[in-house]
Design a protein around this ligand. Structure first.
Ligand code: HEC
Ligand SMILES: [Cu+2]
Length: 436
């Protein structure tokens, strides 16, 4: 903001505060936050004029309205979480949508002012007490043609940019890479179709612990509470990326506000979208479809990296995949499996079977003392591989080591004491037969 405008504004604020302003005015004072270079000068001067009018003529109502406008502007700029407007986002399409939104908003504001202005003007100036008489005509062809043509032109004027934006939203031509996103109760699966990178992304451990009833952990002490994941989706900046969306159980919806759109993920369907992120950064979102008990606990984190850094990340992931494949070939001790399995259980099974394995009566069976868990290993492994009703299929969700670890843990933890274990190499063969 330019210095004269800043000066003008400060004067206006002080002026207002000296007058009859009370709590609302003090709140509107927050909007001093807009004393930044953000191109809001015009709106600010306009609002100040309103304030001035408020001070001198129409008094209270106008003052309240003016301070409310300032309040919105002020808080909006001061804290992104409380902004009332659409976020501008960080992608080509989000900016286009934002511009469209602002254009339509201002058209509506202009229409509103014109229509209500005329109306209030007429009501006030042509009132009966002044001796005005109602005109007694109807059916005026010229007026009817005018009030049909003008709105039609306005609608066409709005439809042109809107159609362009909708077409751009669907334009998945020339994408440079594709990522398949699958919604699960309650996590996200990401498959990079070009490099074969594949992982699941669930609520981070800290949020997960804090959210448990009676955890005693203050959610405010957890950074990005319920908006953080164990493994974020990493994408390159300045690259046109195609997303394919589907779901494995119920309908979910993948929503990262900074990307500008939200897509439903439906079982049996594939939806498409694309993005082109301009700036490196961390962008957070959530599942936006009511998808069951833990709907509120499936956040999304997208980390956009510069292309070279992204390439480095891809190499790291490939190395990790090789290491995991090697680990699956090794012989694992029962103790190591149980230790690894416990952490995996907390993140992947406890939301249904409960942290202590007690389940929820009538919905999720207890694993403690379960006939399947204490029975034949093959029966339990088969159920975990293929799933059953509400029990998700973990066949592809875990790598062989992870699968063997959880399978071993539930038999030797949660109050069970079966004593046996299963090797990752056996799981690997079972998974391979699943893929056929
Ligand atoms: C979305 C909720 C959900 C999650 C998450 C889940 N399960 Fe289940 N699980 C179920 C349901 C429901 C059943 C009952 C299935 C049936 O018999 O129809 C079940 C059954 C089981 C059974 C058989 C128990 C019995 O006595 O019938 C085992 C074993 C099991 N789950 C293990 C696991 C493991 C291990 C995990 C984590 C890797 C897990 N489940 C994650 C919902 C879940
Ligand atoms: Cu969901």
């Amino acid at each position: 903001m330019t210095a004269p405008v800043r000066e003008f504004m400060r004067h206006e604020y002080d002026h207002c505060l000296n007058k009859r302003f009370t709590a609302v005015a003090n709140l509107s004072y927050c909007s001093k936050m807009i004393f930044r270079d953000d191109g809001f000068d015009g709106i600010i001067i306009f609002t100040s004029l309103l304030l001035q009018m408020g001070g001198y003529s129409v008094k209270k109502t106008m003052q309240l309205f003016a301070s409310f406008v300032l309040l919105m502007l002020g808080l909006g700029k001061a804290d992104a979480a409380y902004t009332l407007n659409l976020t501008q986002g960080v992608t080509k399409i989000s900016n286009e949508l934002y511009d469209l939104h602002m254009l339509i908003l201002w058209i509506c504001v202009a229409i509103g002012i014109a229509v209500f202005g005329t109306m209030f003007y007429s009501i006030y100036h042509h009132r009966k007490s002044k001796g005005h008489q109602a005109a007694q005509f109807h059916e005026n062809t010229t007026v009817e043609i005018v009030w049909t043509i003008i709105p039609t032109l306005i609608l066409i004027g709005m439809a042109i940019p809107a159609t362009k934006a909708v077409i751009d939203l669907d334009d998945i031509e020339d994408t440079e890479m594709s990522i398949k996103v699958t919604g699960w109760q309650w996590k996200w699966e990401y498959e990079y179709l070009d490099t074969g990178i594949h992982f699941f992304s669930s609520l981070d451990e800290e949020s997960n612990q804090a959210r448990q009833i009676g955890s005693g952990i203050d959610p405010k002490s957890v950074p990005n509470y319920l908006l953080n994941v164990d493994k974020p989706l990493v994408i390159p900046t300045k690259t046109k990326i195609r997303f394919l969306f589907t779901a494995a159980d119920v309908i979910h919806s993948w929503w990262v506000p900074a990307l500008g759109w939200k897509k439903d993920t439906n079982p049996g369907f594939i939806n498409e979208a694309w993005t082109y992120v301009e700036e490196a950064g961390t962008y957070r979102g959530q599942c936006a479809e009511l998808c069951g008990r833990d709907h509120g606990f499936m956040p999304i984190v997208v980390i956009a990296k510069e292309p070279q850094e992204y390439a480095r990340w891809v190499e790291e992931q490939k190395a990790l995949a090789t290491a995991a494949a090697n680990a699956a070939e090794q012989e694992w001790s029962k103790t190591d499996l149980i230790e690894k399995g416990e952490a995996l259980y907390v993140n992947n099974c406890a939301s249904c079977h409960m942290a202590d394995g007690a389940g929820i009566d009538g919905t999720f069976p207890a694993l403690t003392g379960s006939a399947i868990v204490t029975g034949d290993m093959n029966g339990q492994v088969e159920l975990m591989l293929n799933g059953k009703d509400m029990m998700p299929a973990f066949g592809t969700m875990f790598n062989p080591v992870e699968f063997a670890a959880v399978a071993t843990y539930i038999r030797n933890g949660l109050g069970n004491n079966v004593g046996d274990s299963i090797q990752p190499s056996e799981i690997k063969d079972l998974q391979a037969s699943l893929a056929d």
